[in-house]
Ligand binder design. Sequence first.
Ligand code: GTP
Ligand code: MG
Length: 321
Amino acid sequence: MNFKTIDTPDKLLDAAFGRARKSAALVKKQKTNFYTIKGKEITKIDVSAEFLIEKLSGIVQEFPSVNKLPPFYEDLFTFIVDINVLKKSLSSISSVSKVIKNIRREKIVFLKELPFEKDSIKKVKKTSNEYFGRVSSLVKSLKNDIDVYNTAIKKLKELPSIKTSEEVYLIAGLPNVGKSTLLSKITDSKPKIAAYPFTTKGLNVGIFFKKYSPIQVIDTPGLLDRPLGERNRIELKAISAFQHLKGTIIFVVDPSQELKEQKNLLIELKKLFSDKGFIIVINKTDLINKEKMDLVLKEFSGQYVVIEGNELNNLKEELLK
Ligand SMILES: Nc1nc2c(ncn2[C@@H]2O[C@H](COP(=O)(O)OP(=O)(O)OP(=O)(O)O)[C@@H](O)[C@H]2O)c(=O)[nH]1
Ligand SMILES: [Mg+2]
């Protein structure tokens, strides 16, 4: 995704005014001092306005393409960015760009029509100063809006690159059941793994190759690991992003933890992702004895179950079949 951040107001103004000065220096000497000064000031106004309008309207024109993101990214984007705040900022940026356009026209027309008379050189300077003062404060007033825009773009860029047209495996399961460990076992990804819940914060994406084709596996950060009833609207939006992906859910079970809660989550996810296949991975089987194992298997009987644990690599083998 090719969104660009924009410079801070101070940098934008420095660049605009620097260009203006350079272009003005190239303006040829006219018949009289008055016409030379007038020519230079008109060029300064024109060049700096052109630069600022292009920069400011450029990012506003780029924004609608966010709406053209694949639905998966659009949902995730609304999860991480407050779209209404962003739209407000873009509209402020857009109106400043329009105001600069008007001031440019107004001041240039005034200068072009200004005849040579007493004090007219002073009038040229005054007009130019008015223009630069006005434009400076307009652009500076955008500091917060530019921040909002740049933060949004940065977050958008941080989203993992997932080929949304291809099948994925989504790892789900309660906190601490071993989701990230599994991701690192079946792919080349090195996610954070820790002996406490809620370790994973961003989306972890790993890849493995099946007959030379890359297969994507996504570890979902605290998203598919709690009952939906505990979710706020925005979290639900992020969860709904995954509905746009084609593929299979790998539901990880920790048999050493309470099973009831895990089964409830599985039931919810099956309703939510009714079009997806499910693989139940009974993980950490090294921590339980045979009796417990039989009990757990009975709980999930009739489903596609894979037995996993330290020293075991069954899921990977299963996925490669
Ligand atoms: N004994 C044993 N421990 C495991 C196994 N798989 C994972 N663990 C441990 O379980 C703990 C949690 O593992 P993670 O992979 O971080 O679990 P997670 O589901 O990603 O956790 P969150 O991201 O916090 O929800 C770590 O201490 C792992 O080392 C296993 O098969 N056997
Ligand atoms: Mg994790």
